[in-house]
Design a protein around this ligand. Structure first.
Ligand code: ADP
Ligand code: MG
Length: 331
């Protein structure tokens, strides 16, 4: 007997998932019903991962389940929201029970870790693609936008940059990496950690924020454009892992850190007047944001310096862009 859609949903998605008190009705009806506290606003984000575009054939199913949630929670973090509920649109070429088991394992782990509940979705047949819509909440008016950066604000990034990009290059045999480094950076590519706690603590402190998904330069440009400001970055301060500095030349390492995608770190600005509060609050968080520069009043101008000298990217590459070239149909 064919494993029908309802059995699939029952087996893999209805059971053993994180449960929240604010979910009145989860999976199983035509729609989910959730309660939003008076005084809060909802933040809603969506991200899709398509086989052959966002992940290759050998990507473990558990990693896909983790990452499709992580990339959405990273968007919520950049807004300062607390993640609460997700829905999942799943397009599968066939019902592969091993794949589904791995996928739901990854999805369940990250939902449990961040306390958000899968409340619904849709399941269809077609080329493998997964879409998550994540919902988060925050106090009315406290969302951190891309438009609030002001000249003089300090510019920060979390974590280290370029690791996932290097892992992808190693997987695609464009770059040789030692086994020890490879293991760590592959984890960053497959199991990114969205900066959920930090994002929430930046409410009322950061003047703007964005998550770094397409490369720092590409994403920072969104802040510069939205806020009509420029930025001065000291590349000496850019947080680089040993995997980057021990594998690549300095220029190559900087290029990865500035332009390769999939970091899922936060980039944000802090006004001078909030810097004391900010220093106190990050003293108690695990992710240690690093100050890499300052916002200037020269609209959309980006100045990069290394040891005080102007520095330019070795390539014209400035981050991943969809639709940069057409995809040939495969059938
Ligand atoms: P409908 O036909 O009313 O859209 P479905 O038969 O598609 O309902 O889905 C039945 C229930 O299962 C709904 O509550 C829906 O949200 C949920 N659901 C379907 N697919 C998924 C999925 N991939 N993940 C989580 N919940 C799902
Ligand atoms: Mg219906």
């Amino acid at each position: 007997m064919a494993f029908a859609e309802f059995d699939l949903i029952d087996t893999y998605f209805s059971q053993r998932m994180e449960q929240r008190d604010d979910v009145e009705l989860g999976i199983g009806d035509d729609g989910a019903v959730v309660t939003v506290d008076a005084g809060n606003q909802l933040v809603v984000v969506t991200d899709t991962m398509v086989a052959g575009v966002h992940f290759d054939q050998d990507t473990p199913a558990r990693a896909i389940g983790h990452k499709v949630v992580a990339v959405n929670l990273s968007d919520l973090a950049a807004m300062g929201a607390e993640p609460t509920w997700i829905s999942l649109a799943l397009t599968l070429p066939s019902i592969d029970q091993d794949w589904l088991q791995g996928f739901t394992h990854g999805l369940r782990e990250i939902c449990e870790y961040y306390g958000c509940q899968l409340i619904g979705g849709d399941t269809t047949q077609g080329p493998l693609a997964v879409t998550v819509t994540a919902h988060g909440v925050l106090p009315h008016g406290s969302a951190i936008k891309r438009t609030g950066a002001k000249p003089g604000d300090w510019l920060y990034v979390t974590g280290t940059l370029g690791d996932a990009g290097l892992a992808l290059a190693a997987r695609q045999r464009r770059q040789q990496v030692s086994d020890a480094h490879y293991r760590r950076i592959t984890d960053r590519l497959y199991f990114p950690s969205p900066r959920v706690a930090l994002g929430q603590s930046l409410r009322g402190v950061a003047s703007s924020a964005i998550d770094v998904s397409d490369g720092l330069l590409a994403d920072l440009r969104h802040i510069l454009k939205g806020s009509r400001v420029g930025a001065k970055i000291s590349l000496d301060e850019l947080p680089l892992s040993l995997a980057l500095t021990e594998t690549l030349t300095q220029d190559q390492a900087l290029a990865y850190a500035l332009t390769s995608g999939d970091d899922y770190e936060l980039c944000f600005t802090v006004p001078e007047s909030q810097r004391g509060v900010f220093d106190t609050l990050v003293a108690h968080t695990a992710s240690k944001p690093v100050c890499i520069g300052r916002i200037t009043n020269e609209a959309e101008a980006l100045q990069l310096t290394l040891q005080g000298e102007p520095w330019q990217l070795p390539e014209t590459n400035t981050g991943y862009e969809h639709f940069a070239s057409p995809i040939e149909p495969s059938v």
